[in-house]
Design a protein around this ligand. Structure first.
Ligand code: JHZ
Length: 394
């Protein structure tokens, strides 16, 4: 049975940045999170149609950060060294940040957003401009045979029907093939109070406990879990076919499950406590921003991440508290944040000496940003965050 524990109010499509004149008739849905007592999976109570989120207007470019470019390069090298895969497929290949490290002759990209599918196609990869499902998996198997490595980053948690996704993976894997995927960690979200990991795209936030149940139901088995720092704390899951007995199950699987259980991720009460923490975070953020305003400070936001859409819409933050948001992504600049309609500017135009405090929307890139903005900090500029609790820092 699914039990609701968090209500983040009416929310728009987090990555649908608007042009002037597009504010009327904007789509909103109820963003609520549920816990499934049976599978222990945390999901949204209402799913948004995938075509409304992932289409030719999709704006999230994975390669906008050096941290992520290095992250995928290192991973690709390690996977090649350890598993020596020949046939490789990526689900949700975005701008090619991962596949670019593999041979285009034996690597397939799957990407539903036309603008990004065009990019990997132009890079020479066989690209299926399509959503991942059983039908597509069968078609690929017919055309190319089985895969030695199926990889996916920040994408499986977007998929609403996980049983279909996992059976589609299982039937395309070669006998010794591996399925590696990484998504935000539920444990880290709960520890850090990062409720902004919840938005339309994130249909689920995974615990290892829940994935162990769901993969197991669909003929797959986790054999390793890596805990990663990226995107506010993620888990990289390595899975294999249950019938593959060569690959040993490593202690990291059980260790993660033990850690999650000791935090209480398998109990509903833990989520009720989290919900109270989120309400307090909202009150603290609004009162801190109001105080800064009263003190005559110029406050902006740094990074128009999807996560900021959740926070600003949930907290009711508008231009009266945060003048504008700066972001380096060309397709976001000149547009307006979904729901709040706060303008997005290039950092070259908006991150100047008039700024007193910047809300760190891209808090998951804190180290990269602190290093980059050394001049801002040394002239007295400050940041504000809600992770792990609301605070101003420099
Ligand atoms: P960032 C997206 O989430 C959506 P978002 C998706 N659902 C997901 O799961 C994660 O990615 C992986 C900007 N920026 O990466 C770039 C600067 O302006 O946290 C981005 O617009 N200056 C697929 O949107 C935003 O911040 C900088 O120096 O929450 C960060 O968005 C840096 C480093 C980033 O993902």
């Amino acid at each position: 049975m699914k039990k609701e524990f968090l209500d983040l109010g009416k929310q728009p499509i987090a990555n649908k940045f608007l042009n002037e004149g597009e504010f009327d008739n904007e789509f909103f849905f109820n963003l609520k999170a549920t816990f499934d007592e049976e599978t222990k999976l945390v999901s949204l109570s209402e799913f948004v149609k995938p075509e409304m989120m992932f289409n030719g207007d999709y704006t999230y470019h994975a390669s906008m950060s050096d941290t992520m470019k290095n992250h995928f390069k290192t991973l690709a090298e390690n996977l090649q060294k350890e598993f020596r895969p020949v046939n490789v497929l990526e689900i949700g290949s975005n701008d090619g940040i991962f596949v670019r490290h593999f041979n285009p002759d034996t690597t397939i990209a799957v990407e539903p957003c036309d603008n990004f599918a065009d990019m990997t196609f132009d890079m020479g990869y066989n690209t299926y401009n399509s959503f991942w499902d059983n039908e597509l998996s069968k078609l690929i198997k017919q055309d190319y045979g089985t895969m030695d490595l199926i990889y996916s980053a920040n994408c499986i948690c977007h998929v609403q029907d996980l049983d279909d996704t996992f059976t589609a993976v299982g039937q395309l894997l070669s006998e010794d093939g591996i399925f590696v995927f990484e998504d935000p960690s539920l444990l880290r979200m709960m520890e850090r109070g990062s409720y902004d990991q919840l938005y339309d795209e994130h249909a689920h936030i995974f615990s290892v406990i829940a994935l162990n149940n769901l993969l197991g139901k669909n003929g797959l088995e986790i054999f390793r879990v890596d805990n990663l720092n990226v995107h506010g704390g993620s888990n990289r899951i390595y899975a294999k076919l249950k019938s593959n007995l060569h690959q040993e199950i490593e202690p990291s699987v059980e260790n993660n499950i033990i850690e999650e259980k000791s935090f209480g991720l398998d109990r509903f009460e833990t989520y009720e406590v989290f919900s109270d923490r989120v309400k307090k975070s909202k009150d603290d953020l609004i009162s801190t921003l109001k105080k800064l305003k009263e003190d005559g400070k110029k406050v902006i936001a740094y990074g128009a991440a999807s996560k900021v859409t959740t926070v600003f819409n949930y907290c009711g933050i508008d231009e009266s508290l945060v003048e504008y948001i700066t972001d380096t992504t060309p397709s976001k600049i000149g547009k307006y944040q979904p729901g709040t309609h706060i303008p997005i500017m290039s950092p070259d135009d908006g991150f100047d000496e008039t700024v007193d405090v910047a809300y760190l929307g891209a808090w998951n890139f804190k180290t990269e940003i602190m290093n980059k903005e050394i001049d801002y900090l040394s002239r007295g500029g400050k940041f504000i965050t809600h992770i792990p609790q609301v605070m101003i820092f420099s």
